[in-house]
Structure formats: C-alpha cells, structure tokens
Write a new protein. Structure first.
Length: 391
C-alpha cells in the first residue's frame, strides 16, 4: 500500500502493545491522545500488536493504524511479536514513513523496544510514557518472580535507547526511579470535560429502579487486582441494611463468570458486560457514588477523571495517582485496599451525607477540568516535543 503523507504537517507515531478493539485504560489514553493531536492538524500513526486478529492496517478517524502479527502470551496480556513475512513487510512500511517523533507507552512491552530500535536507526526523537506504579503481575508467585526480573532486564535495554521518559501521573514518574530512570515530567491521563452524550437514557427507568435508589458504579477490566470482588461483597452485606442500594458493574474479563455465578441472582448487583463510552458517561451522570477498589499498580485511573468530569463523588484506594487528585476529603474518599469493612463505612458515610456527596462532586469536577482536560494534556505534550526538538 502506498500512503501519501502531507509533509507540511508534523507526523507522530505512537506505539502501544494493545489497542482497539482490545480495550483498557492505556488503549483509551492512546486513542484520545491521538484524536486530540489530529484536531491540532498533526498526522498520527498508531503501531500495535494484532491481538484481536483484525485488519493489519486501516485508516479510521484520521488515524493510520498498523497491527503487527503477534502471539497472545499470558492470555493476551503480554503480546509477543510473530516474526513472519507480514511482520517484516509491515515493519518496513512503517520505517519508510517520515516521522517527526515517536511516542511509545509502557517500558516493559516489546512494542517499546521495537519503537526504540526504529527511532535509533532512523534518528527520530523518541519519548516513553509510563502507565504503571508497580511490577506487572499475573497472580502467580513463580511467574511474578520471573516477570519482575524480566521487567528489570527489558527496562535496562529501553533506558539505553530512549532519552526522554514521562509518567501519566507523578506516581508513575516516581516508579520509573525504581529502574534507575529519571522522569522528565508528566503527560497526564485525561478526560474530555466537554463530552456530549449522544444516546442518553434514564437508568432508573431502564432498569425499573425506584426513584430513591442509591446507585454505585464500577467500570473496568474484571480482574482480581481491580478489587471488584471486595466491592461486590460489600454491597451484598449492605443491601439488607440499606433500602434500594444498587451496584452496576461495567466490564469484561476473567472474573466475569465468577461474578455472574455469585451475584447474578441478586437484584442489587447488576452486571452490564462491556458498554460503550457513551453509556459509561450516561451512567456517571446519574450515579450517586463511583467506587474504585483497585489494588492494581494503576497509573492514573481513568474512571476518577470521568467521574470528576461528571460531578460524581468517588471512593478510591490510593493506587497510582489517585491521591494526586483526591488530596483530602473535599475531593473524595481514600480507603485501604482489600478492606470490605472500610469500604462499607465509606459507602454509608456518603449515602448518609448527600450534601457532602454534592460538594465532593463539584470540587472534583473543578479540579479535573482545570488540569486534566485532554486539550490541556495535548498542549503540554506538544510543548514537551518542542523542547525535545530543540534539545
């Protein structure tokens, strides 16, 4: 295929191991960053692994997307390149494009090593954005031990080939020092504070809930480390004591069947499967409390940003950059991970104090939209790229 590139524009290539149709927080970060760059008249190419076995190349939303052949190692959580004819053909085509900058995400994925090698060979400035605050885990002591050593090994390779590192939160920047890497600053995770819901619906009407119902909401990948089992258990224990308390769980993952088996017959816990972003924002506009019970090494949880944009109060664990946003009780409640009793107390407190819920939501909204709107994030990135260019 022969692509015609407008040479008068900046052209940025963004690498990430996983991308749509695979879903997750980093995938959404890459997608939104890319879209907002195109709005500023910048050409964007995305390079990822073809974990979902879809088209190896497409142009959508003004984004050029290359998907390299891959092996779905660890259930697709850690894709490996498949070195076949298609891989080398696509890689050659990617290298032929004249990029001004390369941005790669997550230092422990092989996509970052591929990006670093291309950048060095083609003499293109490259920066890496870190999204985690702890070691990659698969909840197996032996595999985690091996994984930690491997993570240090590949991080050493990366830091020899990349000169500029950033975090999506200050906590991510601090985590980079664990590998002997000094961060150049933050390219924060973001949210569109002016997002317009396209297909709004009334939650209480759609699910036949009473007008005085209290709605809790969780959205994310259903894996153990996200703490969803602790949240479901807390709601199960609170339901007999609190009238009309409902938890909506939006997401898919390894725990989906277990949650459905344990709580599928409960009228208070409603499993939504994966829902579109528009539906997520519709829920947040009507949710009383967002709960993020994670003990995963988060970067900067997208759900906190989305809740803030929707003026919805948050209960969160302190993982990743959560405490950078929820600095005190005026912006939300921080609880200890894996603690059902503390989680229940936080839920009860916000239910019993509706005025406090409203104040927290307003304060959080103001903080998010003043610092974490995608337009602000994109401008900050372009400022950093200009610094790198002139370095």
């Amino acid at each position: 295929m022969n692509l015609i590139i407008n040479t008068s524009k900046k052209h940025i290539c963004i690498f990430n191991a996983l991308y749509y149709p695979h879903t997750g927080g980093v995938e959404r970060y890459v997608h939104q960053l890319a879209l907002h760059l195109t709005e500023k008249d910048i050409d964007v190419t995305i390079v990822t692994f073809n974990t979902e076995n879809v088209s190896p190349f497409e142009i959508t939303e003004n984004l050029k997307i290359y998907r390299l052949p891959s092996i779905n190692f660890l259930g697709g959580r850690y894709p490996l390149p498949k070195y076949n004819k298609e891989y080398f053909r696509l890689k050659k085509e990617i290298e032929a494009i004249g990029f001004d900058f390369i941005i790669t995400n997550m230092r422990f994925y092989l996509s970052s090593l591929i990006a670093a090698k291309i950048a060095r060979r083609k003499k293109i400035p490259i920066l890496l954005i870190e999204h985690t605050t702890g070691h990659f885990t698969v909840n197996n002591k032996l595999f985690d031990w091996i994984g930690h050593h491997y993570e240090h090994f590949i991080s050493n390779l990366i830091k020899k080939r990349v000169n500029y590192f950033y975090g999506v939160s200050k906590a991510c920047s601090n985590w980079l020092t664990h590998f002997g890497i000094n961060s150049n600053g933050e390219i924060f995770n973001g949210v569109d504070c002016d997002y317009k819901i396209k297909s709004y619906f009334d939650i209480r009407e759609k699910f036949n809930l009473p007008d005085d119902s209290i709605i809790l909401f969780f959205a994310g990948r259903l894996i153990l480390e996200k703490g969803i089992l602790f949240l479901a258990e807390a709601v199960k224990e609170l339901s007999p004591k609190i009238d009309n308390l409902y938890l909506f769980i939006a997401g898919v993952g390894p725990l989906y069947d277990e949650i459905k088996r344990k709580y599928g017959n409960s009228k208070n816990i409603i499993l939504l499967n994966q829902i579109e972003y528009d539906a997520v924002m519709t829920f947040l506009k009507q949710t009383d409390i967002v709960v993020i019970p994670s003990y995963y090494p988060e970067g900067l949880p997208t759900l906190i940003l989305e809740a803030g944009a929707s003026k919805c109060p948050v209960i969160s664990t302190p993982m990743g950059g959560a405490k950078e946003i929820i600095t005190d009780v005026n912006y939300g409640l921080i609880i200890e991970p894996k603690n059902v009793e503390e989680l229940k107390k936080a839920i009860i407190f916000l239910i019993e104090n509706p005025d406090k819920r409203e104040t927290i939501g307003e304060n959080l909204h103001r903080r998010i939209c003043e610092k974490y709107d995608w337009n602000i994030i994109t401008d900050n990135l372009l400022t950093e790229l200009d610094k790198i260019k002139n370095d």
